[in-house]
Ligand binder design. Structure first.
Ligand SMILES: Cc1cc2nc3c(=O)[nH]c(=O)nc-3n(C[C@H](O)[C@H](O)[C@H](O)COP(=O)(O)OP(=O)(O)OC[C@H]3O[C@@H](n4cnc5c(N)ncnc54)[C@H](O)[C@@H]3O)c2cc1C
Length: 472
């Protein structure tokens, strides 16, 4: 059995593990062993459906040390007027190049692909090659880093939790592009962004909305894409932050928080007549919303419990199925269920969100804190976990963790300097736009309201049980 030694053993080479490792080696002289069951870095993007795109601009995604895309504003198509958003191939290429051109050439990172982490005993961590079966033991001088904790559950690798009867045709969205016959009746199952992307793709391909039935057990709150723009459009991101803080200072509960943000145009939902209770930090444009609203056959009878050739069984009843009905399974959880836990523990880092929905910025922030602060308690104060439970009811708790962490880090001049230069930070460079009254007003509003917001969020989220990450 081979034995190796390193400072940090990072398990998972998705966006979390890659962004963490990239910043850690830039900010320290650490040695890292990075392992993943998959053969290359990129995580779930390696198996994503072919029409997937980032929710957010490429400008703030990937590793900090190299760009993703060209920071262009699209001038045509559904993303016109917004910063470009990469698809899966471009994201995987970015992570592959980051490994080959930054991490490995540093001489301080070793990557073991197709390698499974099997746990620890007596201070030795066990790895098994999924190609040869060979075992490797790792002695970790500093920390094991769990970069699998918020790992994504995606359609192509997920099994639905309902019965699919013989003769029923159900596919993941990945297979839609390979169908060998024209579509007739199609049913989308799922309430999350994957289901929305799938509906949008079908509509863009010219499928009549009347042929699409959408089983949507819950409705979702989302950010309107205008407010998630960086760089030259950062005024909008600053306005979003200012609205978020204003609302946080006054909201009585999660639902109230969402409605107040909706009044300001920051939060949107597909059907304003239906109370939404899902929130995972997804972003959508008004154009996509308009297109999705053309689908009128929405079934709200709870979750699917079973599919038969002529019938759909749901929590709240049943629905007929056409003889040729094609079902598309979009029920993968996205973010799997986990308990919130401290990020920094003795000999261990658990990568969780420390920002509202930006995975790479979160992981890079954790690495920057790890590189410059020795004390675990102090690091945990700087990085409280921001837990997406999936429920809007928990958004005050999420907002409290995100805001208190941001305020704590802003008080530290070295971390502020790092953050100001980090390309993953969506408000990078905002202070250079102070001649824009929207930016100046947003800064002034946040200065006025942040203290009130923190007090209100703390009081209203105190005592609630720690949430779990939840699925679709
Ligand atoms: C469709 C979609 C769009 C999204 N868009 C955005 C966006 O625009 N912005 C954003 O910030 N987030 C977005 N997200 C959230 C997304 O989850 C993150 O961006 C990110 O890709 C998650 O990365 P991760 O490394 O945490 O998890 P994953 O990508 O799931 O990677 C985890 C890795 O750990 C490996 N692994 C697990 N267990 C082991 C083990 N025992 N041994 C070895 N390896 C192991 C897995 O093989 C996997 O490669 C999106 C998610 C989805 C599904």
């Amino acid at each position: 059995m081979r034995e190796i030694e390193t400072d940090y053993l990072v398990v998972g080479a998705g966006a979390s593990g890659m962004a963490f490792t990239d910043t850690l080696i830039a900010q320290s002289d650490a040695d890292v062993v990075l392992v993943d069951r998959r053969h290359r870095p990129g995580g779930h993007w390696l198996d994503a459906y072919p029409f997937v795109r980032l929710h957010q601009p490429s400008a703030n995604y990937g590793v900090a040390s190299r760009p993703l895309g060209r920071d262009c504003i699209d001038d045509f198509g559904p993303n016109a007027g917004f910063y470009e958003r990469a698809g899966a191939a471009e994201i995987c290429d970015h992570f592959g190049r980051a490994l080959d051109e930054v991490l490995l050439p540093s001489g301080r990172v070793r990557f073991l692909g197709r390698t499974d982490y099997r746990g620890e005993d007596g201070g030795r961590h066990h790895l098994v090659s999924l190609v040869t079966g060979a075992e490797t033991t790792v002695r970790v001088r500093k920390k094991i880093v769990d970069a699998t904790y918020v790992e994504s559950s995606i359609p192509s690798r997920h099994r639905p939790d309902f019965e699919v009867g013989a003769g029923v045709t159900m596919i993941p969205p990945n297979d839609l592009v390979d169908l060998d016959r024209p579509l007739s009746d199609v049913t989308i199952i799922g309430a999350g962004k994957t289901a929305m992307d799938t509906c949008t793709w079908l509509l863009d391909a010219g499928v009549d909305p009347e042929r699409i039935r959408w089983i949507r057990p819950r409705d979702s709150w989302m950010f309107e894409r205008t407010y998630m723009q960086p760089l030259d459009l950062v005024a909008r991101y600053m306005q979003m932050q200012a609205h978020w803080i204003e609302v946080a200072a006054e909201a009585e509960d999660g639902r109230d928080f969402a409605h107040r943000l909706e009044e300001r145009g920051v939060f949107v939902r597909i059907d304003p007549t239906v109370e939404a209770d899902l929130f995972r930090g997804a972003t959508i444009s008004l154009g996509e919303l308009e297109s999705l609203r053309s689908i009128r056959r929405v079934v709200r009878k709870g979750k699917v419990r079973g599919l038969d050739p002529d019938r759909v069984w749901l929590d709240g009843g049943e629905e007929p199925a056409a003889p040729d009905e094609l079902f598309i399974d979009c029920t993968a959880a996205g973010v799997r269920a986990v308990e919130s836990r401290p990020l920094f523990e003795a000999g261990r880092i658990t990568l969780e969100y420390v920002t509202v929905g930006f995975v790479p910025w979160s992981a890079a922030t954790v690495a920057a804190v790890e590189a410059v602060r020795p004390d675990a308690d102090e690091k945990n104060k700087l990085c409280p976990p921001v837990v997406f439970s999936g429920s809007i009811a928990d958004v005050l708790r999420l907002a409290y963790a995100a805001t208190s962490g941001l305020v704590a880090r802003t008080r530290e001049s070295d971390l502020t300097a790092w953050n100001a230069g980090c390309r993953l930070n969506p408000n990078r460079g905002a202070e250079k736009h102070l001649d824009d009254t929207r930016v100046a007003d947003a800064f002034a509003s946040m200065m006025t309201n942040t203290g009130r917001a923190l007090r209100n969020l703390k009081q209203r989220s105190a005592g609630a049980a720690a949430p779990l990450h939840a699925g679709s």
